[in-house]
Write a protein that binds this ligand. Structure first.
Ligand SMILES: *[C@@H]1O[C@H](CO)[C@@H](O)[C@H](O)[C@H]1NC(C)=O
Ligand SMILES: *[C@@H]1O[C@H](CO)[C@@H](O)[C@H](O)[C@H]1NC(C)=O
Ligand SMILES: *[C@@H]1O[C@H](CO)[C@@H](O)[C@H](O)[C@H]1NC(C)=O
Ligand SMILES: *[C@@H]1O[C@H](CO)[C@@H](O)[C@H](O)[C@H]1NC(C)=O
Ligand SMILES: *[C@@H]1O[C@H](CO)[C@@H](O)[C@H](O)[C@H]1NC(C)=O
Length: 806
């Protein structure tokens, strides 16, 4: 028993250990037509098999991959971009990337690599981007002559470092020759061999995160700044706390190396540091100074720096700065010397609520002013622009987007005397209406009025405009405002139901009208735009009629090269109605010919029905259908009557067969009937009673009723057949009634007398009843010779009386 349990246990433990093998086989099939496989965020624990081996871009970020084995990537020799960031990679096989000789971009950031191995990169001769940020390696490779990057001669973008990085040694970056971007994370760097980064040249943007060294080893920071600074370098100093004199000392190097652009990111600054920074930078070639995502502890008391010279400073860019003591903050006036030469000022999202007119008066050179994302109101903006008296004469661009402005009329008055203003961005404000007229600078060409709440446009819009953005308002129509110079019109995100009339904008080249309520547009709409090149009209409520779908497919479906290009993607063009097509792409909709030629089809269908109706009627007329129907009706009536009569019989009422025979004859044969037939039969012994329509029909009754009645009350019907009879309609009725009676079982009811010799075949085919009668029973022929007439009469009397005697 014991050994069996052991076996079972063994079996199970084996089964368990093989599960990871199965996991390893997991596949990723999220590849698109551009051979981009997005296998991001899918909890892979190993590099998955990708279904497309020609994959060019492979995104494996945000998984749980812990290692990259030798063969994991062997097949993907077409790979250009490999993204492995934010996994838990601890080990990578030496040869894991050896087959990826075309690889241009490799991202290994934010993993758990404890050491970097030069063998990984030895075959990546095409690599241009390498990101090694994060992880926990303490040095860049093993050091010595074996540099991590010695084969990467094409490298242009390099990012390395992590909180654990302690040393950068001389030779660590050997092999890297030219970089466009370098980012170093060395917040805890302890040792830097001067010159280690000195051979990388030229450098575009250098980002240094050296929080620790800035605090406790400024010599180290100075060496690094010395090595990476060139006059073209855009130096970004991030994650720093600059609070005292010593911490800004390394910038002496930037001054010496004539760096022209410095940006502080994610920094904490104090008054003291700023004053010393200005002193250190005295006489520098600094042109651009930026501060982004920073916290400022201070009151703006920078007076001690007033003797410094930063005459080259041209642009200041402040964004997302939190001023801790905003209410203690004094004005910029003490450093007015700084402002004199400034040409471009951006103070974005810094809670600015006013720029005093006195400050504005100093900004005589200013060309560009961006105060977007602040707390300006109509009132404080009036102060900032000095009541529109026309200072700031050089201003060409004003951006007061995303403030709390409400009056278009006011802003137009404030800027109207700025003669050089060409671009005004007043988007994201609280404008709700546009006055009927406004006054604007003479050469204003760009106006951004997007993301307000405008419902109507008026001739307030200046006719000089070339680019107008009215996107994301509440416009329902755009007409009656002609803008002859307009080249670009942004109307996305409104409620327009149709394209604005093109003749209003004879110069328009670009029209953006996405996310409105457009139902459709067609060739005529577009024709009115004579210069239109680019159109974006996706995400509308398209009614996928045949005209629209055909127009869209014909115009942009491939073959025809139109002058207007659709610059947004087809998957933005979806049908909104009819319901069965909702959500389908306009260019993929399949419309049946019935839907497309409905009117034609319906009209031809009606035509067909009409024609067959007429044919049917003609047919009915040909086969005397009306007559048959009338007959049938009369017969049914007759049956009902006779039924009534029979009931009356049952009730004991006297019911008599009044006549021996009803004589059916044509008017033309009346002479024969009256002269010969009536005397011969009625005067015979015993006399026979005959019913003649002329004599016995009740006046005032319907003739058919009379006929039926007479037949009902006669034992026999005597047909006097002749050519005339055949042509008489009434005679045919009579014949038919008697025929019906034959069907009723009274087989002896009809007696036929042939007045002149007509053979059965002379009777027209439509008198099938008569033909049938003639062939089914014998008939009496009226003899021409006198001597045979006595016999005829005898026979006739016998025939009329016949049934009685039998
Ligand atoms: C890749 O997929 C992830 C999750 O499925 C998604 O969040 C990400 O936006 C995708 N990336 C691209 C570039 O489409
Ligand atoms: C500062 O860094 C330099 C260069 O790495 C080093 O030689 C020096 O010992 C460091 N000084 C301190 C106080 O850590
Ligand atoms: C900003 O700097 C602080 C301190 O160095 C750091 O903890 C934080 O992650 C940084 N923030 C960003 C967005 O880099
Ligand atoms: C104005 O500022 C907004 C918000 O910061 C920005 O989106 C827009 O591009 C700026 N306009 C100009 C002309 O720079
Ligand atoms: C107008 O402003 C909005 C928001 O500030 C911005 O997104 C848009 O790009 C601007 N339009 C143009 C044409 O620059």
């Amino acid at each position: 028993m014991g050994s069996l349990a052991m076996l079972v246990l063994l079996f199970f433990s084996q089964g368990q250990s093989s599960t990871p093998e199965v996991e390893k086989r997991s596949t990723c099939d999220q590849c698109d037509e551009r051979l981009f496989c997005n296998c991001s965020s899918r909890n892979y624990r190993h590099v998955p098999t990708v279904t497309v081996t020609e994959v060019v871009t492979l995104d494996l970020s945000f998984n749980d991959i812990t290692s990259v084995a030798e063969d994991d990537l062997r097949e993907y020799t077409w790979l250009r971009t490999l993204d492995l960031h934010s996994n838990r990679i601890q080990s990578i096989h030496e040869w894991a990337f050896h087959h990826l000789q075309g690889l241009e971009s490799l991202d290994l950031s934010y993993n758990q690599l404890a050491a970097l191995n030069p063998a990984w990169f030895s075959k990546l001769l095409s690599l241009q981007h390498l990101n090694l940020l994060g992880s926990c390696y303490r040095t860049l490779g093993p050091g010595g002559t074996l540099s991590l990057f010695r084969s990467l001669t094409r490298l242009r973008f390099l990012r390395f470092g992590n909180p654990a990085l302690e040393e950068v040694r001389r030779g660590d970056l050997a092999g890297v020759r030219q970089l466009d971007q370098l980012e170093v994370y060395g917040n805890n760097l302890k040792r830097y061999d001067p010159g280690s980064l000195g051979d990388l040249w030229p450098l575009g943007v250098v980002t240094l995160r050296l929080r620790g060294p800035f605090q406790d080893n400024t010599t180290l920071v100075s060496s690094i700044i010395h090595d990476v600074s060139y006059s073209e370098t855009f130096l970004v100093v991030a994650d720093v706390l600059l609070s005292e004199k010593t911490s800004v000392a390394p910038f002496r190097e930037t001054n010496r190396r004539r760096v022209r652009s410095i940006m502080f990111q994610n920094a904490t600054l104090t008054d003291e540091a700023i004053v010393h920074f200005m002193e250190v930078m005295d006489g520098a070639s600094l042109e651009f100074l930026g501060v982004e995502d920073a916290t400022f502890h201070g009151t703006g008391s920078w007076t001690p720096a007033r003797r410094t010279h930063l005459d080259n400073l041209d642009t200041v860019y402040f964004r997302n700065i939190e001023v801790m003591n905003v209410y203690k903050f004094t004005s910029f006036l003490p450093v007015g010397f700084l402002l004199k030469n400034l040409r471009q000022i951006s103070i974005i999202n810094c809670k600015v609520y006013v720029m005093p007119c006195l400050t504005s008066l100093l900004l005589t050179q200013m060309v560009y002013l961006d105060l977007s994302g602040n707390l300006l109101t109509d009132l404080t903006l009036t102060e900032s622009l000095c009541h529109g008296i026309g200072i700031l004469r050089n201003l060409r661009v004003i951006n007061v987007s995303d403030n709390a402005l409400k009056s278009i009329s006011l802003i137009s008055k404030l800027v109207t005397r700025l003669d050089k203003l060409v671009h005004l961005d007043i988007s994201q404000n609280a404008y709700t209406s546009m006055p009927p007229t406004c006054s604007w600078p003479q050469i204003l060409t760009h106006l951004n009025l997007s993301r307000a709440k405008l419902r109507r446009v008026t001739p307030c819009l200046p006719p000089t405009l070339e680019i107008l953005d009215l996107g994301h308002n509440d416009l329902t129509a755009f007409h009656s405002v002609a803008l002859p110079a307009l080249r670009e019109l942004h109307l996305s995100g409104n409620k327009l139901m149709s394209l604005p009339p093109g003749w209003l904008f004879p110069s328009l080249e670009v029209l953006l009208i996405q996310s409105n309520t457009l139902n459709m547009f067609g060739p005529l709409d577009l024709q009115l735009y004579r210069r239109l090149r680019a159109l974006q009209a996706g995400q509308n409520r398209f009614v996928c009629s045949c005209e629209f779908v055909n127009f869209m497919v014909w115009r942009w479906g491939g073959a025809v090269e139109g002058s207007v290009e659709l610059t947004d993607r087809w998957d933005n063009y979806l049908c909104d109605s009819p319901l069965p097509l909702q959500g389908q792409r306009v260019d993929r909709v399949q419309l049946s010919p019935f839907q497309c030629h409905r009117i034609l089809l319906v009209s031809s269908l009606c035509g067909c029905m009409l024609a067959s109706g007429i044919l049917f009627v003609i047919l009915l007329w040909k086969i005397h259908a009306v007559w048959y129907v009338r007959m049938m009706w009369a017969w049914l009536k007759a049956k009902r009557n006779s039924g009534n009569q029979k009931r009356r019989d049952a009730a004991g009422n006297a019911y008599l067969l009044c006549y021996d025979a009803f004589v059916s004859y044509s008017e033309q044969d009346a002479e024969w009937v009256e002269e010969f037939l009536v005397p011969e039969l009625e005067d015979s012994q015993p006399p026979l009673t005959l019913c003649l329509h002329k004599r016995d029909f009740l006046p005032g009754h319907w003739i058919i009723d009379n006929i039926i009645h007479a037949m009902e009350r006669s034992r026999r019907t005597l047909f006097v057949l002749s050519e005339h009879f055949v042509h008489s309609e009434w005679c045919r009725y009579e014949l038919d009634f008697s025929h019906f009676r034959l069907f009723d079982g009274d087989s002896e009811a009809a007696v036929l007398v042939l007045l002149e010799p007509i053979s059965k075949d002379d009777v027209p085919k439509r008198f099938c009843k008569l033909r049938k009668l003639m062939s089914s029973r014998t008939y009496l022929e009226w003899p021409q010779e006198d001597e045979r007439r006595a016999e005829f009469w005898n026979n006739l009397r016998l025939a009329v009386r016949g049934g009685d005697e039998l």
